[in-house]
Ligand binder design. Sequence first.
Ligand code: PMP
Length: 431
Amino acid sequence: MTNNGLKIIEELESCVRSYVRSFPTVFTKARGYKMWDEQGKEYVDFFSGAGALNYGHNEPNMKKKLVEYILDDGITHSLDMATEAKVNFLEKFNDVILKPRDLDYRIMFPGPTGTNTVESALKLARKVTGRTDIISFTNGFHGMTIGALSVTGNSMKRSGAGIPLQNTVTMPYDNFVSEDLDTLEYLERFLEDNGSGVSIPAAIILETVQGEGGINAARFEWIKRVDDICKRWGIMLIIDDVQAGVGRTGTFFSFEPAGIKPDIVCLSKSIGGYGLPLALTLIRPELDSFKPGEHNGTFRGNNHAFITATEALTYWEDPAFEKSIQKKSDQITTFLDKMIKENPEMKGHLKGRGFMQGISSDVDGFSEKVAEEAFRRGLIMETAGGHDQVFKLFPPINIDEEGLERGFEIIEQSIKETVKTMNLEKDTVAN
Ligand code: PMP
């Protein structure tokens, strides 16, 4: 059956498909951190839909609310008309997330994906400032539509555009060049010297932890300084929290520990809670200047996602939830540190923070092989970075101890096996 299913995909689905190549099996069922394929093989999911399943698969409370809503003929599609599901979501998001963090934002619903919220943010910043350019950072990833792609670093992704990607300038992210080079001193010189060839941009866009670009975490003081620069130069600061948001780094928004309040925040992936498409663009009220319908779309405000998103916010009503994420994040750090020390052959470096950590290996192809081996042993894990040099631990943020331990065990075995199959033990001895 599996071979048949994969054969049909190979015959009928576009070559652009990618994750099925890394995880070549036909999945049938999932719950929490577990997935099963049609052979009944069980997998531990340390991928979480690339950050769209922060609460795991088919979370029971969200499922119950959604099924009840559907059985009760609740509204499914409504463009951006008023629905009870939307009203309830807006109110709870404001009460549980924004108000306690002293954040005052208007909530815009762009199309349902990450790239949709990024497009809306870039357009809005350009409209508000009357400027055209956007500054983005090396290894940033913001999506695949032309605007979002133009602020994305990866050359393979950029080459898919088919037209020049314009009106953007890339600057070095924190630690991009070396630990000694102050990348923000460099950026600011470009802004202040009118011989630099760089105009004052409408916005600076960044991820506080770069998900696709290699789990690069910017220091909080670096993020704070970007915010200061934006304020001094009247530049809009857009934080793309599509991947790092919704608890992934340990707090609801990834920028909270840096103590900043961005002008615009992009959210998608896990904001819907259940893996249903939903995106929000949070806008400082003074900037809320699109005319009615000036930026629209048929699938804004996915009511089913509103139902699950509202239920998901219940997790955040209890401060113990945030603490539990942070405690388990420490366990992930401890585990990865141990792996790096016990397996010097992989030449590994710890990356990221919170539930967004991984190991970057200086050995060509090592991380990809670890992910492959882990899949064989029943764990789903992605790689990141321009050369897939990072293997990336992305368990659901509500995973239990047993799930974490099971994942750790498979990763440890996969690392040891990869060291063996790549003959790295010999290398180390020879060196
Ligand atoms: N921004 C970031 C930071 C992302 O990680 C992603 C997706 N990986 C996107 C934007 C684009 O989201 P989507 O794939 O839903 O368009």
